[in-house]
Ligand binder design. Structure first.
Ligand code: FAD
Ligand code: NAI
Length: 468
C-alpha cells in the first residue's frame, strides 16, 4: 500500500515549503516533494538569498573603496578575497536551506526526495535520482515547481563564460568586463555585484528604459544613479549573436528596431531576460491540467487548476515572480484546502530592487493610473532634504506617493533611496488597511529616521510638506 496524504506539495521553494508548513499547522497530513538536494527552491539556493548575500557584502566593499575616506575613515584600498566572500554566501544558503529541513521536522511535514510527477488526480509518482520510483496518494496536490531562466535564442549558456543568474552567483574570478543582457531586476542586481567588485559592466536592454515594470521616474533615477556608479547602458538594443573564443565573448548588437550591427567584446555575459514557468516532467498533459501559451499553469480565484484537487501557486502561475507573493499564495491555498477562506490583495505586493540605493514599489505606477484614467495627486520628497539620510551620506533618491484625487486613498508608492525595501512596508500596510495619504501624514514618525521621508511625501500630496 502506498503512503497517503491529505496534501502533497510538489516543489519546496518559498511557495511550496510555506504551503506545506501552513497545511501541517492546520492538521493536514502533508508531504513535500523536492527534486534538488536541498530544500528552499530558487529563492534560498540560487535566488533571493545568495544574491542578497553578495549584494550586502559587495556594498560594504564598495563603501570601503569609495566612501570611507571622505567620511574620515582611512582604510586604504580594500583588497578583495572573492573566495571568502563566496564562502560567506554559501554558509548563508546552507543555514537557510537547513532551516527548512528543521521546520519540516518540527511541523511533521514528510520530505520526499525526488522528482514528482502527477500520474492521475490524487496520485503522484516520485522518481529518485537512483531511478527508484514510489507512488503516493494525495487528496490534494499543490504544484509549486517555480520557474527557470528564459533562454535567448542563439546564445548558448555554459554557466562559465555565458551565464544565467545561477552562474553569476558562482564566478570564480571578477571578470574584467561583463555584458548583462536584460536591464531588469536580475540584470541590475547581479550587474551591481560584479561592477562593485571591479568588472566593467554594460547592460544591454531591448526597451528604451530599465526596470520596465516599475514607475517611470524610478526607472530614470535608477539608471542615472547606477550610471554614476560606473554601469553603462545600451538601451533600445538587442543582441543578435554571440561568438565565444579564447576567454572572450563577442556579442553582435543591433538597435531594437533594426539597423547596422556593432560588436561588443567582453569576458563574461549574463543572460537575464526574464524567467518562465517550470513544469518539465510534471505530467500535466497526461492529467489534462491547462497551461497557457507561455507555459503558465492556469488557475481559478482559489488557485485550483481545471482538474479538481490540483492547485498551483508561485512562479508557475500568473502574477509577479516574487518569493513573498509565492509564500502568501502558499498560506492561502493551504487554508482554502483546509476549509477556510483565503484572499490576497495583489495591489499590495511590494517589489524591491536591492541595489544601492534600493528601489521599492507598491500599488499602481503613475503610468498605470494615467492609462486607466484614475484621478490622482502626487506627493514627492527627496532624501536630500532628510536629516538622517544626510547623516548617513545617502541622499540620492526620493519617495513618491500617489493618492486618489478625490478620496485621498493611497494607490501607489515608489521609492528610490537608502533602505527603500524596508520603508515601503509602512505604505504596504496603509494600502492593505485602505488608508489615505492624510493617515500617513498624521502618524507620528520617529526623528531622525529615513521613514520621515515617507511622511513628508504624504504631506506633499496635500501640498504641505514641512521640510522642503
Ligand atoms: P521556486 O523557488 O522556483 O521553487 C520551485 C522548486 O520546485 C525548486 O526547488 C525545484 O527544484 C522544485 N521542482 C520543480 N519541479 C519539480 C518536480 N517535478 N518534482 C520535485 N521538485 C520540483 N524574489 C523576491 O521576492 N526577492 C528577491 O530578492 C529575489 N531575488 C531573486 C534573485 C534571483 C537571482 C532569482 C533567480 C530570483 C529571485 N527572486 C526574488 C524570485 C524568487 O526566487 C521566486 O519568485 C521564488 O523562488 C518563487 O518561488 P516558488 O516556490 O514558486 O518556486
Ligand atoms: P525581468 O523581467 O525583471 O527583466 C528582464 C529584462 O530583460 C526586461 O527589462 C526586458 O525588457 C529585457 N529583455 C527581454 N528580452 C530581451 C532581449 N532579447 N534583449 C535585451 N533585453 C531583453 O527579468 P529578470 O531580471 O530576468 O528577473 C526574473 C524574475 O526574477 C523577475 O520577474 C523578478 O521578479 C524576479 N527577481 C526578483 C528580484 C527581487 O525581487 N529583488 C531579484 C531578482 C529576480
Amino acid at each position: 500500500m502506498s503512503d497517503s496524504f491529505d496534501l502533497v506539495v510538489i516543489g519546496s521553494g518559498p511557495g511550496g515549503y510555506v504551503c506545506a508548513i501552513r497545511a501541517a499547522q492546520l492538521g493536514l497530513k502533508t508531504a513535500c516533494i523536492e527534486k534538488d538536494n536541498t530544500l528552499g527552491g530558487t529563492c534560498l539556493n540560487v535566488g533571493c538569498i545568495p544574491s542578497k548575500a553578495l549584494l550586502s557584502v559587495s556594498e560594504k566593499f564598495s563603501h570601503a573603496e569609495h566612501d570611507f575616506a571622505g567620511l574620515g575613515i582611512d582604510v586604504g584600498k580594500p583588497k578583495l578575497d572573492l573566495k571568502k566572500m563566496m564562502t560567506h554566501k554559501d554558509k548563508v544558503v546552507a543555514a537557510n536551506t537547513q532551516g527548512i529541513s528543521f521546520l519540516f521536522k518540527k511541523n511533521k511535514v514528510t520530505h520526499l526526495v525526488g522528482t514528482g510527477s502527477i500520474t492521475a488526480a490524487g496520485t503522484v509518482e516520485v522518481s529518485g535520482k537512483d531511478g527508484k520510483k514510489t507512488t503516493v496518494q494525495a487528496k490534494n496536490i499543490v504544484i509549486a515547481t517555480g520557474s527557470e531562466s528564459t533562454p535567448l535564442r542563439g546564445i548558448e549558456v555554459d554557466e562559465k563564460q555565458i551565464v544565467t543568474s545561477t552562474g553569476a552567483l558562482t564566478l570564480d574570478k571578477v571578470p574584467a568586463s561583463l555584458a548583462v543582457i536584460g536591464g531588469g531586476v536580475i540584470g541590475l542586481e547581479m550587474g551591481t555585484v560584479w561592477q562593485r567588485l571591479g568588472a566593467k559592466v554594460t547592460v544591454i536592454e531591448f526597451l528604451d528604459r530599465v526596470l520596465p515594470g516599475m514607475d517611470m521616474e524610478v526607472s530614470k533615477e535608477m539608471k542615472k544613479i547606477l550610471g554614476k556608479q560606473g554601469m553603462e547602458f545600451k538601451l533600445g538594443t538587442k543582441v543578435t549573436g554571440a561568438e565565444t573564443k579564447k576567454g572572450k565573448v563577442t556579442l553582435t548588437l543591433e538597435a531594437a528596431n533594426g539597423g547596422s550591427a556593432e560588436k561588443l567584446e567582453v569576458e563574461t555575459v549574463l543572460v537575464a531576460i526574464g524567467r518562465r514557468p517550470y513544469t518539465a516532467g510534471l505530467g500535466l498533459e497526461k492529467v489534462g491540467v491547462n497551461v497557457d501559451n507561455r507555459g503558465v499553469v492556469e488557475i481559478d480565484d482559489h488557485f485550483q487548476t481545471n482538474v479538481p484537487g490540483i492547485y498551483a501557486i508561485g512562479d508557475v502561475v500568473r502574477g509577479p515572480m516574487l518569493a513573498h507573493k509565492a509564500e502568501d499564495e502558499g498560506v492561502v491555498v493551504a487554508e482554502i484546502i483546509a476549509g477556510q477562506s483565503g484572499h490576497i490583495n495583489y495591489d499590495a505586493i511590494p517589489g524591491v530592487v536591492y541595489t544601492f540605493p534600493e528601489a521599492a514599489s507598491v500599488g499602481k505606477t503613475e503610468e498605470q493610473l494615467k492609462e486607466s484614467g484614475i484621478p490622482y495627486k502626487t506627493g514627492k520628497f527627496p532624501f536630500m532634504a532628510n536629516g538622517r539620510a544626510r547623516a548617513m551620506a545617502a541622499t540620492d533618491g526620493f519617495v513618491k506617493i500617489l493618492a486618489h484625487a478625490e478620496t485621498d486613498l493611497v494607490l501607489g508608492c515608489h521609492i528610490v533611496g537608502p533602505e527603500a525595501g524596508t520603508l515601503i512596508a509602512e505604505v504596504v500596510a496603509v494600502i492593505e488597511f485602505g488608508g489615505s495619504a492624510e493617515d500617513i501624514a498624521r502618524i507620528c514618525h520617529a526623528h531622525p529616521t529615513l521613514n520621515e521621508t515617507v511622511k513628508e511625501a504624504a504631506l506633499a500630496v496635500d501640498g504641505r510638506p514641512i521640510h522642503i
